[in-house]
Design a protein around this ligand. Structure first.
Ligand code: IYR
Length: 233
């Protein structure tokens, strides 16, 4: 599809016109080997909060964003915008505003139960990753489509669609050799202001991207086993 000369518009595909889809069938033995390898590689992914200052190849990040943008979405409306921030001053402004919100959160807004749930992660109000990581991907949800002339169209299943795209983004970054963190300072309104996003967009997450710092540490977390997360009928 990426080789197509066509550009998306809100009425693309109306009326319905199917096209053939004939992907080659993967041999089950190859599928087994690929699935096992992918499972092992994905199990190595860790959320990183301590980043090295080393730059990342911007094209790797852009390719990962392009992978995320292949995600399925409600009515194929692709209700996402990814803002790639490498500018140091803008990252500094984001950190300053995020830490102001986090201070209020950790000083009481979260409440005891939430703070207790966060204890295994060792997080606090200080967010050095926002300036240490060489790139931030700020993901916005398009709550509705906004045309250049102000026309609005309803978007469907926006939370689900953007959540799926972010999962694919994290997968692509990890498999490309980059570390990331899903950071959700709350509330996130300041991101629309700092990044001057239009009224139809709402910040979903800030994803610092880079390489782990040489002295990076992560919490001693345990993943649920397969039998804890799935059941067969
Ligand atoms: N947004 C805060 C708190 C926080 C909340 C959850 I749920 C986490 O999984 C991690 C942190 C922060 O970033 O510190």
């Amino acid at each position: 599809m990426s080789t197509s000369e066509q550009r998306w518009s809100p009425i693309h595909g109306d009326p319905y016109r199917p096209v053939p889809y004939r992907p080659g069938r993967t041999d089950p033995a190859d599928s087994l080997a690929r699935a096992a390898e992918l499972r092992a590689r994905m199990d190595e992914r860790r959320t990183v909060r301590q980043f090295a200052a080393d730059p990342v190849p911007a094209q790797v990040v852009k390719d990962a964003i392009a992978c995320a943008a292949t995600a399925p979405s409600g009515a194929h409306q692709q209700p996402w915008t990814f803002v790639l921030v490498q500018d140091e001053e803008v990252r500094r402004r984001i950190r300053e505003a995020a830490e102001e919100e986090e201070r209020l959160s950790y000083d009481g807004r979260l409440g005891e139960e939430w703070l207790a749930a966060l204890r295994p992660l060792g997080t606090d109000r200080v967010k050095p990753h926002l300036t240490d990581a060489p790139a931030l991907i700020v993901v916005f949800q398009q709550r509705y489509w906004l045309g250049e002339d102000g026309e609005k169209r309803k978007h469907y299943y926006v939370d689900e669609s953007v959540g799926i795209a972010v999962g694919m983004l994290l997968t692509a970054l990890h498999l490309s050799g980059l570390a990331a963190l899903v950071h959700t300072p709350s509330p996130m309104r300041f991101l629309s202001e700092v990044l001057r996003r239009p009224a139809n967009e709402k910040a979903f997450a800030v994803i610092p991207v880079g390489y782990p710092a040489p002295d990076c540490e992560v919490p001693d977390l345990v993943r649920k086993s397969l039998d804890q997360v799935m059941t067969e009928i």
